[in-house]
Design a protein around this ligand. Structure first.
Ligand SMILES: [Zn+2]
Length: 70
């Protein structure tokens, strides 16, 4: 399994500027690598790789202190 990148860059959905998302340390397991970042325009960006249901749970969560539980 590849080591996840610490920083990824996405295009903002609102202002179309590049926004960096940072690997979050909330996950202590290998099921998911969650990323989060905030654009200069204030739009929150989330991305995750890993187990499909954990990824979906993370992306759909509006809670900023989301964490993965077994
Ligand atoms: Zn933006």
């Amino acid at each position: 399994m590849n080591k996840p990148a610490r920083i990824l860059t996405f295009k903002c959905k609102k202002c179309a500027k590049p926004v960096q998302v940072f690997l979050q340390k909330v996950s202590a397991c290998s099921h998911i690598q969650p990323y989060q970042g905030i654009c200069k325009c204030g739009e929150l960006h989330r991305h995750a790789t890993g187990q499909a249901d954990a990824v979906t749970s993370f992306i759909n969560s509006a809670d900023s202190d989301w964490s993965h539980h077994h």
